[in-house]
Design a protein around this ligand. Sequence first.
Ligand code: PMP
Length: 423
Amino acid sequence: LIDRYRDRTSNSRDLFEEATDVFPGGDTRAATYHRPYPSFIESAEGYTLTTADGEVLLDFLNNYSTAVHGHAPEPIVHAITDQVERGNALGAPTEVATELGQRLVDRVPSVESVRFANSGTEATLTLLEVAKAATGRERVLKVDGGYHGHHPEVDVGLPSADHRGRHPENVGTETVAYNDVDALKDVFAEHGEEFAVFVLEPILGAGGMIPATTEYLETARDLTTDTETLLAFDEIQTLRLAPGGAQQRYGVEPDLTALGKVIGGGLPVGAFGGRREIMDVCHPERRSVVHSGTFTANPATMAGGVAALDMLDEGAISDLNRLGATLRQRVTEIASAVDVPLTVTGDGSFFQVHFADEPIDRWDDVPDDQVAKRILFMAMRTEEVFIAPRGMGNLSTPMAEAQLDTFCDAFETALEAVEAANV
Ligand code: PMP
């Protein structure tokens, strides 16, 4: 597989070599790196990526779910360019930011008041500051396997963090098992009054694309209310699940929500919001949380976000979710037909494959199958279908059954490669 990849991607290899002179490891983003080197993209449109080697890939990654309408959709490109032509990052507010803020407040009932950031990392970082200022407490509770970006307080309880020897106690963060109601009750019984906030993804994303059970979310809601801890959902990935995000789909309302990805029309973005009296700690005259940022609420992102959300209406979301359910089902059937033990997790338009045939409800259940996942990725890539190296992907609104057919054909071939590798 690697040889076939190298044969087809000599331009990318040259570009990667050039890049290694400038960037440590040849890239500036951990998620896009893979061995032997990633393909460079020259252009993208709809559900396709055209590489520097002239290959046209069917994109089932969509910049880790950001490009929910595929690449360069005309209404979004138009909105962004129109804004940039009239000036960008002006050092003063613009109405278009209020328009995007209004859309978020309208869609997510628990978000009464919102502020923008430039990435998901920055959104969760500031959300934690808001929670601390609003409660007068300092500690954070997160789940094992929960990913909220790369600032120290949340960069624990993850395989990559363990690898680097980062421990929760060093940053004042406590971690608790995901989808384990008893563990959650225990940690709240012992430390409940210490936490400013319990932050979790309603679908564990990087930790294996595992939806939270309703029981877990409801227990989290009750325990946080009882101990006056704030409950925060990181919906940076999951807003695409329903107009009001996973909190609407699963029927549990948090106090604070972090948003990102689809809300910026493909430009860098993050946001955090929640109940008005909590968010008021950001009021500039209170100076309790001083939240600023040179590029915060930059008008190009705001204009792109308005266009993207207007396209992501209830009909578009239900089509995406229906296609997602079909894809998860078809992939499961292909694996069982060729007798490969496989479990597909996810919800809505997300999928993640795991090479194990046990149910995967908790982070502990995720098998140690990194090698098989990498082979799957490389084999899919050779079939010109692009997913995350960790076997995860998602759909975009331009897609239809025909793209699922292509995906499934490639998947069947790729499973044979995984089988043959016998890892
Ligand atoms: N939280 C979640 C749930 C995410 O999926 C991500 C990004 N994958 C982040 C936070 C961090 O966002 P960003 O990469 O924009 O900093």
